[in-house]
Write a protein that binds this ligand. Structure first.
Ligand code: IMP
Length: 199
């Protein structure tokens, strides 16, 4: 049986990444391009999970199909889990990735490298037209660097060092990041849920 899933994101980079991970003859991926007029979702939840569920629910209710969404963030231990759910707007509304990285560097300047543990977390949510819902998490552990390194990726990638590689996400090959990232780990779990039909 072929399962149809609508991706609840307008980010083309994410659509590609998710398509790659979910690739299967049994899964047909639809996007919001297939459903003009789908409402925008305000990401005002208190947690990554709240936002992911809200996005998937709105898209499932609009399209009448099972929807898949995700919400991610960076959690820094020494900052009690900040920036977390406000990762995109850490330095203020409409700020750039660079603004966020500069703010993080400033906050971390007196904190030793041993105490600079951080993790990227991704929560993915599946929501069916019958109202069944399931969330899964993917986590990637790392260290916040003292300076920005690398040109790849986006967001906090230049500051996020993956100890196993001794490189930041921005220095790693895209293909490598896409295997070990928080999003990859969450979407591999999503694929199992879809294929095993256990939503
Ligand atoms: P989103 O929920 O995936 O849109 O992520 C929210 C914010 O978290 C982004 O705007 C980035 O600041 C940060 N973020 C999420 N995933 C990554 C990543 O893989 N690398 C760097 N920053 C990320």
């Amino acid at each position: 049986m072929i399962r149809e899933i609508v991706l609840a994101t307008r980010n083309p980079g994410k659509v590609n990444e998710i398509r790659n991970i979910l690739k299967s003859p049994d899964i047909r991926i639809l996007t919001l391009e297939d459903f003009p007029g789908c409402p925008e979702v305000v990401e005002d939840g208190a947690t990554l999970e709240d936002n992911a569920v809200k996005k998937a629910r709105v898209v499932s209710e609009f399209t009448g199909k099972t929807a898949l969404s995700d919400d991610s963030g960076l959690e820094v231990e020494a900052l009690n889990g900040a920036p977390g759910v406000i990762s995109a707007r850490f330095a203020g509304e409409n700020c750039s990735y660079d603004d966020n990285n500069n703010k993080l560097l400033k906050l971390m300047k007196d904190i030793s490298e041993q105490n600079s543990r951080a993790r990227f977390k991704c929560v993915a949510a599946l929501y069916s037209p019958g109202g069944q819902m399931r969330t899964v998490q993917g986590v990637c552990e790392g260290i916040i660097g003292r300076e920005k390194r690398g040109d790849g990726g986006f967001g906090y990638d230049p500051l996020f060092i993956v100890p196993e590689y001794g490189k930041t996400f921005a220095e790693l090959e895209q293909e490598t990041k896409n295997k070990i990232s928080h999003r990859a780990k969450a979407f591999i779990k999503v694929k199992d849920i879809i294929l095993l039909n256990i939503l």
